[in-house]
Design a protein. Structure first.
Length: 475
């Protein structure tokens, strides 16, 4: 025990020292040609902060606050600039979506949706997969935490099904457990990509696109762009996994009965479930019609939260207990402040020029595809989608647009890729540790299946998405 604690302390010390060393090296080095000293110092702080997020010497929120503090105390940013991210509407959109998600968990509406769909579609292994996927898809607009959605709502149901079918990790996993575990894990990458509020990093992409390309990505615009290629990915994901994994159980009438039994135990929908259903539909309608109503997605979300409080579906005490929402509010506000600092001081413009030079003379489509593939597969080096997005999303989309690629198409497509990429590994996104730790897979098999499905979905986005985006006038 003592040796383990000593190793843990040593790891934390090294995890803290590495960002500090990197900060110091960049800080004292002369800035590259064409870059101001202030922009170079801003990059030093930003790079050290991102390393801190990856290495985790402290929780992400604490690392972000330290990054903001450094910008003020070193004079790189003014206090107002350093704190500007916390006044950003996108930060509050994602915070409100977290509050709406509390209602799905607290009332049990998320589980009810899943059990209802299982009672309809649970007669086969593919039917179960699609039932759980549709459940995830329905909740995605209001649950930006894929960890809460895929890990907190869907996973316990998957685990119950596997136990009921006698399909535990090991030899019996071949019955159905291996298939359901992998399908539900990778489904979260697709459902998160379908909506602006489907994953915490999506609004960050929208905000960075607004800052970098002067684009306003609406909730409805994102959903329309993702609709056709996203639905094809949704249908194809379990089909490919079914072919690769070959579950032994094809017919599963017992699971349908289990869904019906759980619904009976839950009883009829109560008043709070009905209230949440109405509020959720109103929020979807508000987000989807913002082009006509001129109400921003944040305004609609704030209105929905107000109705949740008035109806008693969610209490303020519930919000205070939702640690993920407050953590997101802090790191999201901080990362936007830091990203804005990089942009305002000219670092993003300089980095874009360097990237554009590497692709000089390439057709815009080739540049777009090359940058997209690079953006996705370098995620093996990142432990969070948000850290990856903050580090490279802005210069990559700017370089693609500089090559002639259509700005709105590029911004949304790279936002979609931000979701697909974290399914490559068990450490790349929140649900990964939950699903991988069950023991159904060794890493080599887990990585092979993730790579196969992610690559298929990326190909669908390029092959189907580009003509679809042309059809809906994104270019």
């Amino acid at each position: 025990m003592a040796n383990g604690e000593a190793r843990s302390r040593t790891q934390k010390i090294f995890s803290a020292l590495i960002p500090l060393v990197v900060l110091g090296i960049i800080w004292i080095a002369p800035p590259p040609a064409g870059l101001s000293l202030q922009a170079w110092k801003m990059f030093a702080i930003f790079a050290a902060t991102i390393l801190g997020i990856l290495l985790q010497p402290l929780p992400s929120g604490a690392v972000m606050i330290l990054g903001v503090v450094l910008t003020v105390f070193t004079g790189v940013l003014s206090e107002a600039k350093a704190l500007s991210g916390f006044a950003n509407g996108t930060v509050w959109l994602i915070f409100c979506a977290y509050i709406i998600s509390i209602g799905f968990v607290k009332t049990g509406l998320g589980r009810r949706i899943a059990y209802k769909l299982i009672s309809w579609l649970g007669g086969s292994s593919l039917g179960i997969a699609y039932a759980l996927g549709v459940s995830d898809l329905i909740m995605a607009p209001a649950m930006p935490s894929v960890t809460a959605r895929a890990g907190g709502v869907i996973f316990p149901i998957v685990r119950s099904i596997n136990t009921a079918m006698g399909s535990e990790p090991g030899p019996t996993g071949k019955k159905i457990g291996n298939f359901l575990i992998m399908t539900c894990f990778l489904y979260a990458t697709v459902t998160g990509a379908m909506f602006l509020t489907g994953m915490a990093a999506n609004p960050l992409c929208a905000e960075l696109a607004k800052k970098t390309l002067k684009l306003e990505i609406t909730w409805g615009g994102w959903a329309l762009a993702a609709l056709v290629p996203g639905l094809i990915c949704f249908v194809a994901t379990p089909l490919l996994l079914f072919w690769l994994i070959k579950p032994e159980m094809k017919r599963t009438a017992e699971v349908r009965e289990m869904g019906e039994k759980n619904l009976r135990e839950m009883g009829p929908m109560n008043g709070k479930e009905w209230a949440l259903t109405v509020i959720f539909i109103l929020a979807l309608a508000g987000w989807g019609t913002s082009f006509y109503t001129r109400l921003s997605a944040t305004t609609v979300a704030l209105g929905g939260v107000g109705l949740l409080f008035l109806s008693g579906v969610v209490s303020w005490k519930d919000v205070l207990r939702e640690h993920a929402a407050w953590d997101t509010l802090i790191w999201f506000g901080a990362i936007i402040s830091l990203a804005n600092g990089l942009s305002d001081l000219g670092f993003i413009k300089w980095l874009t020029a360097q990237l554009s030079g590497a692709f000089a003379g390439w057709p815009w489509l080739a540049t777009f595809v090359a940058l997209g593939l690079f953006y996705i597969y370098i995620h093996y080096a990142f432990a969070t989608a948000s850290g990856h997005t903050a580090a490279v999303y802005a210069p990559f989309i700017a370089a693609a647009v500089a090559a002639g690629a259509p700005p709105m198409m590029v911004a949304i497509c790279f936002g979609i890729f931000t979701n697909l990429m974290w399914g490559l590994t068990e450490y790349g996104g929140g649900p990964g540790p939950i699903y991988f730790s069950q023991g159904y897979y060794e890493r080599p098999a887990f990585y092979r299946l993730n790579l196969a499905v992610t690559t298929m979905n990326v190909a669908i986005m390029f092959i189907v998405g580009i003509p679809w985006w042309k059809f809906i006038n994104l270019y």
